[in-house]
Ligand binder design. Structure first.
Ligand code: PHE
Length: 341
């Protein structure tokens, strides 16, 4: 029996010293110390021993058990330490590796131009208005002194929704003049940016959808001088101090007198070049004194009040501002194009 206990102890120690994993360790524990284990099997035979031998063997069996238990605990500690080390190694973060670059988007050149314009006008005390793109002909034409039969109402130029031509995609932000006169108390000082639609084929300078900014000022004693002063100031803010502006007579049904405003080409100083197509001038916008009939139709007394209005094409402005040669680039949203702004 003594021999057997010795042998168990030796075997157990050997096995435990070479243990490599938690499952193997558990198997060894069961094998030696478990209810059906080798040590238990020996202890069951204690009954056969003599009275003198029994306590001796009992003590020895306890020592063997204690030794095995100790080795088990040591082996477990060792395995745990190894496992922790392996885990730490696997989870190491190399803080010196460069981070992943986050790609930020860019503001669209149109929005840059629009925000600039808004800032300029808000700074001059204008209110920014927005209105419907689906518009009644009454607002887009009639109340702007543009009667049935006027060429701009042609089906070839305008997207109508109804056979009777009463509903359309607005062709100009000028419709907002009427909304402003309807909803605002006098004096009025508004700008209204937004999309407008015309049946144009797409090319380098045309699109069936583009953006305008409308402006409208109405008060007592407003004159063409205020229009000139305001627009010249705006042109200088956009194109720089010393910018030369030119007011040319023109015709719009809803303004009288009407004009178109040009700026002298910043590239050639008026001599004529590629940028201004040899003209020396670049057309900026249409404007004029609000027609007395337009005021009257919106319930404003033209003998007491007067005003002026203007309409900018925003794409044209952005193209000038950023030297963009083709209108289509603005709408294609190619990131390689947008990244430049
Ligand atoms: N609505 C005109 C256009 O689209 C521009 C304009 C606006 C002219 C206001 C005069 C006054 O061409």
């Amino acid at each position: 029996m003594k021999e057997m206990l010795k042998k168990i102890k030796e075997e157990a120690m050997n096995a435990l010293s070479g243990v490599t994993g938690q499952t193997e360790l558990e198997e060894l524990r069961v094998k030696y110390l478990g209810k059906k284990g080798e040590l238990t099997a020996i202890l069951k035979q204690m009954g056969k021993l003599s009275a003198e031998e029994r306590p001796q063997m009992g003590q020895m069996a306890n020592e063997v058990r204690a030794a095995i238990e100790e080795s088990l605990a040591e082996a477990k500690e060792h395995l745990d330490a190894m496992a922790l080390e392996a885990k730490l190694e696997a989870e190491t973060v190399d803080v010196t590796i460069p981070g992943e670059k986050i790609e930020l988007g860019h503001r669209h050149p149109m929005n840059i131009a629009l925000d600039e314009m808004k800032e300029i006008f808000v700074g001059m005390g204008f209110e920014v208005l927005e209105g419907p793109e689906i518009e009644e002909s009454v607002y887009n034409f009639d109340r702007l002194n543009t009667d049935e039969g006027h060429p701009s109402r042609d089906w070839g130029d305008t997207f109508y929704f109804t056979e009777d031509s009463s509903l359309l995609l607005r062709t100009q932000t000028s419709a907002m003049q009427v909304h402003a006169m309807e909803t605002r108390e006098l004096p009025i000082r508004i700008v209204a940016p937004g999309r407008v639609y015309r049946k144009d084929e797409v090319d380098a300078t045309h699109s069936p959808m583009f953006h305008q900014i409308e402006g409208l000022v109405i008060d007592e004693g407003i004159t063409m001088a205020d229009l000139k002063g305001t627009l010249h100031t705006v042109a200088e803010k956009i194109f720089g101090k010393g910018t030369v502006t030119r007011f040319r007579p023109h015709h719009f049904p809803f303004t009288e007198p009407s004009c178109e405003v040009d700026v002298q080409c910043h590239e050639c100083g008026g001599k004529g070049c590629r940028v201004c197509k040899g003209e020396g001038w670049i057309e900026l916008l249409g404007a004029g004194m609000v027609h007395p009939k337009v005021l009257k139709m919106s319930g404003i007394d033209p003998d007491k009040y007067s005003g002026w209005a203007f309409g900018f094409g925003l794409e044209r402005l952005a193209m000038r501002r950023f030297n963009i040669s083709d209108l289509r680039l603005i709408f294609e949203n190619d990131v390689r194009f947008l990244e430049q702004f």
